[in-house]
Design a protein around this ligand. Structure first.
Ligand code: NDP
Length: 290
C-alpha cells in the first residue's frame, strides 16, 4: 500500500449531519478532502469547497456520496456523470437493495467503479470505535480505498452484489425497530400503572440481554429448516400465553398495536400442526409471502 492510497484525496458530496462527520473523520486521518453541498452549509475545517459537483469530482480519484436519498444521488450525479468516468464512487446514502443495484448498473454503463455502503452508526460515532459500515459492490474499490474507509469506521465487505450491504443494513434496522417496538410497549404497559420508565429500565435491559441468546439458537434452526432442534418453550405453550399480552394491554388501556401482528402468525403455525416446535418456524410464513 503506497502513500497515494493511504492518504488519498477524497471528495465528499453532501454536508448534512452524516456527510460532515465523514469529511471531518477523513480530515482527522490526514486525507485531503474536497467537499460539495447543494446549499450553503459550513465547510468542515481544513476541507476545500468546490462550487460545482463536477469540480468536486475532478479533485479526487474517489468520491463519497452521502445525500438524503436515492433520488438526490441521481439528481446530483446525473449531470456530472462524465467527470466520474474511471473513478471510484462510494455511495453511503441509505436506500434499498434495488436502489443500490440500479446505481451499480448506471455506474457500470458509464465506466464508474461502484461500491455501495450502509452506515451502521450515527454521526457522532464516525471515526470512533463501535461504528461500522457494510460495503458491497466493487471489491477493487474496497481494497484500494480501504485506508479511506477505515478512517470512517470498521469496514465490512459483504460481496460483489451491490445490493447486499443495503439488504443487511435494512435487516439490522428491522431487528432494531422490532426491539424498539417491544421496549415502547413494555414502558407503556408499566407506565399505565404508574411505574416510571426509569424505574423499570434496569430490569428491562437485563431481560433483553438475557433474551439475546435467542439469535444463535434460532439461526441454527432456520439454517437447517428444522424447528424441532433444542426446543425449550414450544409454540403451543407460547401461543396459549400470547393472548394474555393482548388482553392485559387492553385491560390496562394500552394499545396492543405494536405487539398484535405476531398472534395470527402463531395461530397459523399452530393450525399447521407445528405446536411442538419452536416459534422460529414463523419464518416459513414470512418467506411464503414472497
Ligand atoms: P441530512 O438531512 O443532515 O442531510 C441531507 C443531505 O442531502 C444534505 O447535504 C442535503 O443538501 C442533501 N440533499 C437532499 N436532497 C438533495 C438533492 N435533491 N440534491 C442534492 N443534495 C440533496 O442527512 P444526513 O447527513 O444525516 O444523512 C445522509 C445519509 O446518511 C442519508 O441517506 C441517511 O439515511 C444516511 N445515514 C444517516 C444517519 C444519521 O444518523 N444521520 C445514520 C446512518 C445513515 P442541503 O444541505 O442542500 O439540503
Amino acid at each position: 500500500m503506497n502513500e497515494e492510497t493511504t492518504k488519498a484525496q477524497v471528495t465528499v458530496l453532501g454536508l448534512g449531519a452524516m456527510g460532515t462527520a465523514l469529511a471531518a473523520a477523513l480530515l482527522a486521518a490526514g486525507h485531503p478532502v474536497t467537499v460539495w453541498n447543494r446549499s450553503d452549509r459550513p465547510t468542515p475545517q481544513g476541507a476545500t469547497r468546490a462550487s460545482t459537483v463536477s469540480e468536486a469530482i475532478e479533485a479526487s480519484p474517489v468520491v463519497l456520496a452521502c445525500l438524503l436519498d436515492h433520488r438526490s444521488v441521481y439528481d446530483t450525479l446525473g449531470p456530472s456523470a462524465a467527470s466520474l468516468r474511471g473513478k471510484a464512487l462510494i455511495n453511503l446514502t441509505s436506500g434499498t437493495p434495488a436502489h443500490a443495484r440500479s446505481l451499480a448498473a448506471w455506474a457500470a454503463e458509464r465506466e464508474i467503479d461502484y461500491l455501495d455502503g450502509g452506515i451502521m452508526a450515527v454521526p457522532p460515532m464516525i471515526g470512533r470505535p463501535g461504528a461500522f459500515v457494510l460495503y458491497s459492490g466493487s471489491q477493487p474499490v474496497f481494497d484500494t480505498y480501504r485506508p479511506v474507509l477505515d478512517a470512517l469506521a470498521d469496514s465490512r465487505f459483504l460481496g460483489t452484489d451491490a445490493g447486499m450491504a443495503s439488504l443487511q443494513d435494512i435487516a439490522l434496522l428491522s431487528a432494531m425497530y422490532g426491539q424498539f417496538m417491544g421496549i415502547l410497549h413494555a414502558f407503556a404497559l408499566v407506565g399505565s400503572a404508574g411505574v416510571t420508565a426509569t424505574e423499570f429500565a434496569p430490569m428491562l435491559r437485563g431481560w433483553l440481554t438475557a433474551m439475546g441468546g435467542f439469535v444463535e439458537g434460532a439461526a441454527e434452526q432456520i439454517d437447517k429448516r428444522d424447528y424441532s432442534i433444542g426446543v425449550v418453550s414450544n409454540l403451543a405453550m407460547q401461543a396459549a400465553g400470547y393472548p394474555h399480552l393482548l388482553e392485559a394491554a387492553i385491560d390496562e388501556g394500552v394499545s396492543p398495536a405494536l405487539i398484535a401482528p405476531l398472534r395470527p402468525l402463531f395461530d397459523q403455525r399452530l393450525a399447521g400442526g407445528h405446536g411442538a416446535e419452536a416459534i422460529t418456524g414463523v419464518i416459513e410464513l414470512l418467506w411464503e409471502r414472497k
